[in-house]
Design a binder for this molecule. Sequence first.
Ligand code: S5P
Length: 452
Amino acid sequence: MSNNESFLLECYQLGIIKFGKFTLKSGIESPFYVDLRPLASDPKILKKLSSFLLELVSKENFDLICGVPYAALPMATAMSLESDLPLIIKRKEAKTYGTKKLIEGIFSKGQNCLLVEDVITSGKSLLETIPEIENEGISVSDIVVVLDREQGGKELLEAKGFKVHSLFNITEVCEILRKNNLISEEEISRINDFLKGNQVKFAEEKRLTYEQKLENANHHFSKKILEIAIEKKSNLIASADVLTTKELLDFAEKVGPNIVALKTHIDILTDFDFDETVLPLKDLATKYNFLLMEDRKFADIGNTQELQFSNGIYKISSWADLVTSQVIGGETSLDCFLNVGVIAIIGMSSKGTLTSSDYREEALKIAQNHPNVIGGVSQNKIPDDLLLFTPGVNLETKDDNKGQQYNTPEHVFKNLQTDFIIVGRGIYKANDVEKATLEYKIAGWNAYMNLI
Ligand code: S5P
């Protein structure tokens, strides 16, 4: 990942760019909205930003530096501190008393000033600001901007002889966010349309309710999980990534009343014993009405998967209601999964995953065609005839230093229209597991209710 890319991702976390439907001052509806002011509230980011902006020009060419009010003022200040270029301040309106000055600070005629702007759109506000500075006898030749919205501003200023140096443009931003699964293909195509000057159509973002999905469901286990969701008002799956049978059973006892399914990695237990582990777990699943989802992520030829599914010490087929499987072995490799609901791995949540959009498209075809498959695990929207299961959900952290990438329940419901959230460490590492379960249950359910 380049410096620029990781820096952009850090900035993105501050909420500086949002996707959706925004009405601009002009009344036009834009598919994205940019506000760089939060960057100034994070000193480390502001410092890095100022270095990146200074790298765009050679400071020897300038005597002064000036930010266009207000968003660029802290940026220009930080750049002045780093470069030793003296700062001048341009007022928004001239003072009505005293000196009536528009430019504050110490300068002399003939000096060349580097202008700093946060976002360039049409370029009109810069074209108004520049003459006000030039009126004081200061010359302006170069402008550095953090983000070029690519709506003609840069070209307009360059046609008038100014050099515009931008750190990012919106196309690069979209590309970086797409690579990191933070923006959907649909949003990108809307932005491209918008940048081409076309009016953007926003589809009504209505999702199907669990009741509607239940009406359309054909598989025993897709019906079952939807019925439990409706009954418990929950879309939460707790991932029990614990190492002993005791921890697993204690955990199931605590989360049981509020979840639709308990997800296991049964092969990480150090003391697995079929009678001691599986039988009490099945009893808890019955007692609290949740499904057992074994996250085995099968990834082999059909014959091997069949052996792995029913044999060995785990005998998954005898107790699991749901299993996860890769689809890399092709459609027929899924034929062996009888009497369970298969959840196909379409896209993964980890950084650098190979589940590219081409891969996902092919994986979805297999998932949609196979009668054993009830849904998919993905970080992207999937068609309505499959249930969407989304891991990588955490209310507190953004990553785990091991490649996991987290989003909030609100984000995944709104952006992916997910059906079920899968939460691991957010719950099993919490000091109070029952309280955390309830928090995630409520956050997930509210996020769903807000969309219907
Ligand atoms: O893409 C994926 C697919 C899965 S099933 N990313 C994931 O994180 N998972 C699983 O979800 C992962 O194996 C783990 O059991 C759980 C996430 O756990 P957490 O602790 O990061 O919330």
